[in-house]
Design a protein around this ligand. Structure first.
Ligand code: MTE
Length: 319
């Protein structure tokens, strides 16, 4: 896989849903929603039907040149255990989660602690579209056109103190709408975390949309992390709190099974998970079960950009 730098991306390459889906399907949908012909300013939601509202972003920087995983697969084959452990359950049940009103509290080692209203967070920085390859530790992958902006944009604005070394993402828990919370699979709320320099990397996004629309609930509406060089579980969905810490935070999967899910969890074909090989992967929506699997690349193909973050670390120990 080759990653383009921002300078290689043409201004004309602003991706539109109609390009992926066929213009007629798009127009039919848009007409049904009363959206046809409207302008869609970046980052602005069309409030009535947030689940299908447009969220445009200019294609810029680091987009993978690979075939996109179909929208229907991206939005129906999900891991979001709060809605059940089966891949089809998030799409079935996540519509019950209310994504307005929604706030994201920024706390801990920052000078400017603040509770952001989601609509304020949406407008904090220009939206970009980034096509990222995503790989799950279970051995499957997808290529997804995300809409969002670098988490670094938020980090800079809240001014981390000199003690801030990590950043934790605490996600939503609502027993009334999240049927999966009844299962003791994880210690809820779902928490993920990064080292501060990882979170500051321009590839790490706060994601608000995909395929030119606001995130469907099952993909982590209204805001999630998108960290393409790490296994999928590092990208927490439906974030409600961002906590800056001096010490490495406890994270849900690491607490549940530390020998299976390391804190770093960088995609690494050389270090197998106890139950799944990480050497190869199956691309959802493209590769059949009988097809030879694709080779998995170190750091999921983003080594050139991110390997430097781990210079001098033993990645077999810090898996
Ligand atoms: N975030 C929350 N809150 N709960 C989860 O169960 N699952 C993770 C991650 N974020 C999860 C989560 C896992 S295991 C993966 S692979 C990705 O979300 C899947 O994201 P996707 O469904 O958008 O592909």
């Amino acid at each position: 896989m080759r990653i383009r730098t921002p300078t290689e991306i043409l201004p004309s390459e602003i991706t539109r849903r109609e390009c992926y889906e066929g213009r007629r399907v798009f127009l039919r949908r848009a007409a049904a929603l009363g959206l046809a012909g409207s302008a869609f300013p970046a980052g602005e939601l069309l409030a009535q039907n947030p689940a299908a509202a447009r969220l445009a972003g200019a294609r810029s920087g680091y987009s993978a040149i690979e075939k996109l995983t179909p929208y229907k697969d991206v939005t129906s084959y999900n891991n979001f255990y709060e809605f059940g452990t089966d891949k089809s359950q998030p799409a079935q049940f996540a519509h019950k989660m209310a994504t307005r009103p929604w706030t994201v509290a920024v706390e801990g080692e920052v000078r400017r602690k603040k509770v952001f209203d989601i609509d304020e967070l949406l407008k904090l920085a220009p939206m970009e579209e980034r096509i990222y390859r995503m790989r799950c530790v279970e051995g499957w992958s997808m290529v997804i056109p995300w809409v969002g902006y670098p988490i670094a944009e938020l980090i800079r604005r809240v001014e981390p103190t000199g003690r801030a070394k990590y950043i934790a993402f605490v996600t939503h828990t609502d027993p009334a709408s999240m049927v999966g919370l009844r299962l003791p699979v994880l210690d809820w709320p779902y928490v993920e975390a990064l080292r501060l320099d990882e979170a500051m990397h321009p590839l790490a996004l706060l994601g608000f949309g995909l395929y030119g629309e606001v995130l469907p609930n099952q993909n982590g509406a209204p805001v999630r992390m998108v960290v393409p060089w790490k296994y999928g579980f590092k990208s927490g969905k439906s974030i409600v709190k961002i906590l800056f810490t001096e010490h490495q935070p406890a994270t849900s999967w690491n607490v549940a099974a530390a020998h299976e899910y390391g804190f770093y969890s960088n995609v690494n074909p050389a270090v197998d998970h106890p139950r799944w090989s990480q050497a190869s992967e199956r691309r959802i929506g493209e590769d059949g079960f009988f097809q030879p699997k694709r080779k998995t690349l170190p750091f999921n193909g983003y080594a050139e950009q991110v390997a430097g973050l781990y210079a001098g670390m033993d990645l077999k120990k810090n898996f």
